[in-house]
Design a protein around this ligand. Structure first.
Ligand code: ADP
Length: 144
């Protein structure tokens, strides 16, 4: 049996500097047509994850999105659920369902609690793999 991996299905990550405003994050979500952004430090290390709901919470509080930095609203390290290109697709999908989240940063470990973001793995990637399996695993035939 072929073991499908995250690396075969991951997408390109969209990252934002930790000093960016919540407004910048909102624009980036729309422009890139995605639901989850990864926030990185100046040195490029993973600092946090920002989702649509994190930004919606700000709207409820009537906060000025231009002045609030993403660092205030994101979910922070070390509470980030991650995956690697080598991890099985099944295990990564299980992390999504178990933690009830939409996406995982695909990372490369650089040191103790230091991770570089090298990809994005979301429910959409799981759906694509599911379609491939339905075709008898054509190896990404329907990945347009
Ligand atoms: P949405 O906000 O679009 O429903 P999620 O369900 O993925 O998206 O996010 C819900 C919450 O979980 C948010 O507060 C978000 O910051 C957090 N979150 C999302 N992805 C992760 C992750 N990989 N690790 C830890 N927390 C996450």
């Amino acid at each position: 049996m072929v073991e499908l991996t995250v690396g075969q299905y991951q997408s390109v990550p969209v990252v934002l500097d930790e000093r960016s405003s919540a407004y910048d994050a909102l624009v980036s979500l729309f422009m890139n047509n995605i639901g989850t952004l990864f926030v990185v430090s100046e040195g490029g290390l993973l600092e946090g994850v920002l989702s649509r709901k994190d930004l919606l919470k700000l709207a409820v509080g009537n906060t000025d999105m231009h002045v609030v930095p993403v660092g205030v609203v994101m979910t922070r390290m070390p509470n980030i659920i991650m995956t690697t290109p080598e991890e099985s697709l099944w295990m990564a999908a299980r992390k999504l369902t178990h933690h009830e989240i939409d996406g995982l940063p695909v990372v490369k470990k650089l040191g103790e609690d230091q991770y570089e973001v090298i990809g994005r793995f979301t429910k959409t990637n799981v759906a694509r793999a599911f379609v491939d399996i339905g075709y008898g695993y054509a190896g990404g035939e329907d990945n347009e």
